[in-house]
Write a protein of this length. Structure first.
Length: 430
């Protein structure tokens, strides 16, 4: 990567101000380079470039570090949107949202993995979301006629392992999804059987570093899933698609976090359904409850890539917006929104930060760039990106050159560009 040490210093010194939330942080997992940078003193820039750009590659000399070891040292950057992004690229059918693309279009999946890795993701998640056999056979989905959960998870592992091997030191996550069988009240045994089929493929692969069960709507199903995942003997993460109102059975948000931790999850948190601001409120509720219970799993957050403040108190989040899922583009986060979110989440104590539906590779790059001082490195994709629009200095247009700087981009208020549209949705479907 042909960036000067000044490049990293630039990200460091122009990041969002540390404010109220930082003061509330109770624990900080110290990262050696974080201290060496002089986190609060931007003048300490006398370190040699080789040290400033210490990449995770050097860790491989001593063996690959696992997820929990990395989380103890500092922030871990996850990857972003798969089903949403691959639907837009023509490889996934919106509706069923099942991942048969791993068999039908492996090159499409590989390319997205590569883009997230280049954007700074420390983790690549096997594209196995909604791969369960019961989901493949739900009404209207023809995928179940030709593929099984086992086939898809095997193919997804092969793909993600191939891409991860092209990188320096990327972790592989085996992803599990909630089961229609739980919604149909088929009971613990049937539900755990669906999880076991998902997990079996990952359990037998040494290359899969940890397991994640995500988009969970009921903490009871989380407990059953965590039990099934723990049997694989790898670190376990679990994230729920909940907001401040708690889970689908009325279990409060804080209690959900406590129950996931007590079930044995090493990492707990939330993903999808809510925007960055609502997700920050939710994760803070989880942290408060965990602290009160004397539990300290790592916190994980992978929010929606769209703004949707209207649905903060609705149980299915952005699904209630009539424009979901095919007309959400005007609500997309900017890279600056993501930087601000990354700083706030980190200062709340969250150590695993990624994105869900709508999070494109450049959003992941924004996470990695904002937390570059803590991580001691920038993503490869930052070779083509300067902080706060800095590269606009090279524009042919004088008015554009004036936008090269933090003041412009930090204060910009993007507009809809749709003259007859309301700013917020005035009708929510239930
Ligand atoms: Zn999502």
């Amino acid at each position: 990567m042909k960036l000067s040490a000044a490049g990293l210093v630039a990200w460091h010194s122009v990041g969002f101000p540390r404010g109220r939330i930082f003061a509330q942080r109770k624990s900080c997992h110290v990262y050696p380079t974080h201290l060496a940078f002089g986190y609060f003193d931007h003048r300490k820039q006398s370190l040699p470039p080789a040290f400033l750009f210490r990449t995770s590659h050097s860790d491989t000399m001593m063996g690959k570090k696992g997820l929990l070891e990395r989380l103890a040292e500092g922030p871990v950057i996850g990857d972003g949107s798969y089903v949403f992004t691959l639907e837009k690229r023509g490889y996934v059918k919106g509706g069923p949202w099942t991942p048969e693309a791993v068999i039908e279009h492996p090159e499409g999946v590989k390319q997205l993995h590569r883009e997230f890795m280049r954007a700074g993701a420390d983790v690549l998640q096997a594209f196995t979301f909604y791969s369960t056999d019961d989901k493949l056979h739900l009404a209207g989905n023809l995928a179940g006629e030709s593929v099984t959960c086992h086939d898809q998870n095997e193919a997804a592992c092969k793909i993600v392992q191939e891409v991860a091997a092209e990188g320096k030191d990327v972790l592989i996550c085996g992803g599990c999804s909630p089961t229609p069988s739980y919604m149909e009240k088929k009971g613990k045994e049937v539900v755990q059987q669906e999880f076991k089929k998902q997990v079996d493929v990952f359990a037998h692969r040494e290359e899969v570093d940890f397991l994640l069960c995500e988009f969970m709507g009921h903490v009871e199903e989380c407990e059953w899933a965590i039990e099934a995942m723990k049997a694989a003997g790898k670190p376990v993460a679990c994230t729920m698609r909940i907001g401040p109102k708690g889970d689908q059975n009325g279990v409060p948000t804080g209690e959900c976090a406590v129950r996931m931790a007590k079930a044995g999850a090493d990492v707990v948190g939330i993903n999808c359904l809510y925007d960055v601001n609502t997700s920050l409120k939710t994760i803070e509720m989880m942290k408060t409850a965990l602290d009160k219970a004397g539990l300290s799993p790592y916190l994980m957050i992978q929010p929606l890539g769209y703004h949707c403040p209207e649905v903060e108190n609705m149980l299915e989040g952005y699904f209630h917006l009539p424009e979901a899922p095919f007309a959400l583009e005007p609500r997309l986060l900017t890279r600056f929104d993501v930087q601000k979110f990354a700083r706030a989440a980190y200062e709340l104590g969250v150590r695993y930060l990624g994105g869900c539906c709508g999070f494109e590779p450049y959003h992941i790059r924004a996470l990695a760039e904002e937390l570059a001082p803590e991580r001691g490195r920038l993503p490869d994709a930052s070779a083509k990106h300067e902080p706060w629009g800095g590269a606009l200095k090279g524009s042919m247009f004088a008015f554009m050159r004036k936008r090269a700087g933090r003041e412009h981009w930090e204060n910009i208020k993007p507009t809809l560009g749709r003259p007859d549209h309301p700013v917020l949705q005035d009708h929510l479907d239930e």
